[in-house]
Design a protein around this ligand. Structure first.
Ligand code: PLP
Length: 282
């Protein structure tokens, strides 16, 4: 198949799938999601993504009506049905279907499970990208991977309008993350990345990067950093499951980073190797 969608046990083409209007996703964005790239029909860091959606769901009182093993099996069944070397796997759990009303009453309705798989193309890992910055006006629950993404949608639209690839958020002077990725800097051979608090999503790629740094002996500082530090850093890059690691060469029209290829390249190459091994790519 060219793509596939799933909703509570029903499957079909994404563009033909119908869902009930009363699913609370439609009124409230009342749900959580996760997503990853699939190479050679192997979803990258699958267990990490599965664990995260259960964590996100718990944080908003959703009890997913499926075991982790069953969820993996259901998603793998979808993945196997779609042709292509590189695919995008997206899935979400919403609070379920019920008449519109803010409170969800005790345990709430039965949660709905949605998913889709479609072909994907990945960014050039050797490219150098352009970003803009924007004040981070999102809420204080950015650690939850919720489907409430309006500020991220607007921010990414602004990046596109500026001919750029990502928007880097900051709260005052503190850099938080990007519209749909984490952002990191390298200074004097050390990786500096925002701490995992309620202002950022604990990225799975970020976690893998930290493990790689430990393996390669690259010092890591998990601490808030400022816009001024970012602009003066030796390297700036963003990371996500679909972008992997993307070096940034320009922010708000000013040249940045691109001064420590050795450290950035070591992280990028180690991550590429790790993924290739996981997905059986030669
Ligand atoms: N931060 C935000 C706001 C995101 O939406 C994402 C990915 O969707 C990330 C960070 C990166 O997370 P991951 O590396 O798990 O894809």
């Amino acid at each position: 198949m060219k793509n596939i969608a799933y909703y509570n046990g029903r499957t079909g083409l994404i563009e033909e799938m119908m869902i009930p209007m009363n699913d609370r996703a439609c009124y409230f964005g009342d749900g959580v999601y996760d997503a990853t790239c699939v190479v050679n029909h192997v979803p990258m860091a699958f267990d990490d993504h599965i664990d995260r959606i259960y964590r996100s769901a718990k944080l908003i009182d959703i009890d997913i009506p499926m075991t982790k093993e069953d969820m993996k099996a259901m998603l793998m069944d979808l993945v196997r049905q779609v042709e292509g070397d590189v695919l995008f796997l997206y899935w979400q759990v919403t609070r379920g279907v019920g008449p519109r009303g803010h409170a969800y009453k005790n345990a709430g309705p039965t949660p709905s499970i949605w998913a889709f798989v479609r072909p994907n193309s990945m960014r050039d890992p050797f490219g150098a990208y352009r970003c803009i910055t924007m004040e981070d006006t999102r809420f204080f629950h950015c650690n939850i991977k919720t489907i409430n993404l309006l500020p991220a949608v607007i921010a990414n639209q602004r990046a596109e309008e500026a001919g750029c690839d990502e928007t880097i958020f900051h709260r005052g002077e503190r850099v938080t993350e990007c519209s749909h990725s984490n952002v990191h800097i390298i200074k004097d051979g050390a990786l500096i990345t925002a701490p995992c608090d309620n202002l950022i999503l604990p990225g799975i790629t970020r976690a893998h990067i930290l493990k790689i740094c430990a393996k390669l002996g690259i010092p890591v500082q998990e601490r808030p950093f400022t816009v001024a530090e970012m602009m003066a850093a030796d390297e700036v890059f963003f990371s996500s499951s679909s972008a992997l690691t993307c070096r940034i060469r320009e922010i708000d029209g000013k040249p940045v980073g691109m001064k420590d290829e050795k450290t950035f390249g070591a992280i990028r190459d180690a991550y590429q190797q790790e993924l290739k091994a996981e997905c059986g790519v030669k």
